[in-house]
Structure formats: structure tokens, C-alpha cells
Design a protein around this ligand. Structure first.
Ligand code: ATP
Length: 249
């Protein structure tokens, strides 16, 4: 489904991704875990193609030189040079870090904006689906994005991404800054969404602990390199992971 092979990204001479190979198969939830600055967002931008836009912007403004090497494959085709809009059209949808809602637009407008790639029928169906998945949004329909709590914003961000009809959904740090209760709600919803829609999901998180139980497979990133990988169960049993993520040795 979606795969990175030997991916390297440099910001000038700074190596942000060091020969990363990761894979998300059909119908899977894959975790990418790592501390601040491990390279999670760089990986998500490279998979969604936004890195090409960032590179272009930097080139045009005479800013920093960004270099990408390796391959990104979607359904076995190399899409390394495919622009982000076409990747989105093909079904690779990023739900970005810090949600990035349109703060001056209502919840409903934010969701509808996500549906620009969908047919009318798909948009209607998905909007109903999102409202059922996150009932809290029903009474907030007309509230502006800027006046929502972090958890509500994250629900809208996931809903907006679903409106774009993903085949693979990239969730970049969806739990950032949320309460444990809200984290649990979102993780449970992520699992249910995957089971019901069969969308593949890649979830990048610093807070691996609540996410481990729902992943089929996961990678641990350190300084831009994947230093460990395995099924959720394998990693949870690994002593190094236990001491790093669960505070036990
Ligand atoms: P966080 O949890 O803080 O978002 P992350 O795991 O997503 O971290 P990245 O944002 O991918 O990590 O950053 C990886 C490394 O690349 C970091 O050292 C970061 O400082 C650096 N970096 C990210 N973006 C740029 C940029 N535009 N220019 C230079 N260095 C960058």
C-alpha cells in the first residue's frame, strides 16, 4: 500500500531522515514512534509529498537546500516525484501536526472543505459518519475552529481528513497536548474507523503508550533512523522499549 524505501532527507547538511524503510499494508494501523525531533513530521511530509512543496518554496525564496533521496511507493508505484495534490487525489491524506484547522471557519465548514475531492454523495455519507463517530461535534457544528478545545479540534481534523476519502490516512501526533481521557477516546475512534472503513492508517506519535495496543506494526525512530520495528506486541515486550516508554526495566 504505502511504503518508504531507503528514504533520506537533508535540511542543508542536517540529516533529518537517515535511510528509513517503513511499510503500511492494506488494512493496517502502523505506528511511528519517537521523541521530539526524531523525524516523524519529516517522514509524514515525505509520504504525503508536502516535502516537495516545502523544498520548492525554499528554492524559490533562496532559503535552505532540502535534499530527498530514496523511494516512496504507493500501491507499488514510485510516487517520489508526484506532487502532494495528486497524492491526495490518489488517496494519501495527511492529518497534520497541531491540527491546522481554519480558525475563522465553523466546524461544518472545516469538514466540508475536506470534502473537496469527494462526490456529493460521498461527502454527505462521510459527514454523517464523522458526526456519528464524534457525537460531541454535533452541537458544535456552527462553532468557529478557533474556539474549540484541543480534543475537539483533533476530532474535526480527523473528520476533515476522512472527508477527503483517504485510502491511507497519515495522523501526525494526534494526541499532542490532550488529556489522557481525550487521548483514549481518539485512539479508540482511530481503531473503530480503521475496522469500519478499512482505511490504512499511519500514526506518528511521541506518546507511544496509549497507541501501542491498536497498532499492527510499529517503528521506533531515533535521530532520523528506524532503530527498532515489530508488531505492537513484540515491541511492548521488548526490554529497551519498556524502559523507554513504560518506565520499567
Ligand atoms: P516533533 O515531535 O518536534 O514534531 P518530529 O519527530 O516530527 O519532532 P521533525 O519535525 O521531522 O521531527 O524534525 C526532524 C529534525 O529536522 C529536527 O532536528 C528538526 O529540528 C529538523 N528540521 C525540521 N524541519 C526543518 C527545517 N525546515 N529546516 C531545518 N531543520 C528542520
Amino acid at each position: 500500500m504505502l511504503e518508504a524505501r531507503d528514504l533520506m532527507v537533508f535540511y542543508e547538511n542536517m540529516l533529518a531522515l537517515n535511510n528509513i524503510s517503513i511499510k503500511c499494508d492494506d488494512n493496517q494501523i502502523v505506528g511511528v514512534f519517537g521523541a521530539n525531533s526524531a523525524g516523524k513530521s519529516t517522514l509524514m511530509y515525505s509520504l504525503s509529498g508536502i516535502m516537495l512543496d516545502i523544498r520548492k518554496k525554499e528554492d524559490m525564496s533562496g532559503g535552505e537546500r532540502i535534499t530527498l533521496t530514496g523511494e516512496v511507493l504507493f500501491q507499488n508505484q514510485n510516487i517520489m516525484d508526484l506532487k502532494p495534490s495528486l497524492r491526495a487525489k490518489a488517496g494519501i491524506i495527511l492529518c497534520p501536526e497541531r491540527r491546522r484547522l481554519f480558525k475563522e471557519s465553523s466546524v461544518l465548514e472545516n469538514l466540508r472543505i475536506g470534502g473537496y475531492l469527494a462526490t456529493k454523495a460521498q461527502a454527505k455519507y462521510t459527514l454523517d459518519y464523522v458526526m456519528n463517530m464524534f457525537p460531541a461535534l454535533q452541537k458544535l457544528k456552527n462553532r468557529l475552529g478557533g474556539f474549540l478545545s484541543g480534543g475537539e479540534q483533533q476530532m474535526v481534523a480527523i473528520g476533515r481528513a476522512l472527508m477527503a476519502q483517504p485510502k491511507v490516512l497519515l495522523l501526525d501526533e494526534p494526541l499532542l497536548g490532550l488529556s489522557p481521557l481525550m487521548q483514549a477516546t481518539l485512539i479508540k475512534a482511530t481503531k473503530v474507523i480503521q475496522e469500519e472503513t478499512k482505511i490504512s492508517i499511519i500514526i506518528a506519535e511521541q506518546y507511544a503508550r496509549p497507541v501501542f495496543p491498536i497498532v499492527d506494526y510499529a517503528y521506533i525512530l531515533e535521530n532520523g533512523a528506524a532503530v527498532m520495528e515489530g508488531t505492537g506486541g513484540e515491541l511492548m515486550d521488548n526490554p529497551d522499549v519498556k524502559s523507554a516508554y513504560f518506565g520499567v526495566s
